[in-house]
Design a protein around this ligand. Sequence first.
Ligand code: SF4
Length: 272
Amino acid sequence: MQQLLDFEADDLAFIRQSLARTFGRLTHFERREPVWRMTRSLIGCRTQDEVAEPALERLMARWPHPRLLAAASSADVEHVIGDVTFAEDKSVNLVAALRWIGRERPDYDLSFLRSRPVYEALAWLERLPGVGPKVAAATLNASTLRMPVFIVDCHVHRVLIRFGYVGRRATAKQARDVVTAAATSLSADDLLELFVQMKALGQDVCQHSTTNCAACPLTSRCRKIAWTPPAQGFKSPPGRSTQARPRGSASRALERSAAAGDPSNLIRLTPA
Ligand code: SF4
């Protein structure tokens, strides 16, 4: 059984204060309806934000209601989002997930999740094809639902491990749950801001293959734990290979360890 390291109670406050000084505060964020936030997060996995966001806009322009998108063929969806990484698998997953939702919630209104405990709402979402811990958390936190759960993408996961906030073998889901459990005094907006700031740190300072600890605002408390890059993979549709199959420009983005791009493309950080 994987062991999570204990962390000092004030580490989270230290991280928040340090990152806010460096990256500023989250002053603007466009919250989408949960089903569209789910869609954005699902197609954005391991794809740069500047690719994923236009892909979502093309989807919404062609199929303005999730019911219409659910009725589309995965081939047509793939044609529209062809420049995102794993476009074929994501298209299959997205259509399957939306059809699943449509069977249980014909109006595609996921606002009922707001009345459920966070972990129950996460579990409801994680049954859906292509919806893992990050997509589920983003759907709840970064949508109009505004639920208090921390989003952990590949950048944030890496920072949390190197910092020593979670054990080096902690999964992204475990890291998400550890921070969420420790952050009971934080609002959904606070958690979203922390995600965006920590993602910026992972992209700019604590990168996949290099660290700039001398310039890092967390260096005084960071345990600088050795981090081993995980095997690249993707939650493939049932019956499909789990082998990663990056293509084209998206492949190059993956090689650069591009972010699981959600949702910081829509924010503006201003200096504190
Ligand atoms: S001090 Fe170094 S290892 Fe720790 S979070 Fe900052 S860049 Fe990463």
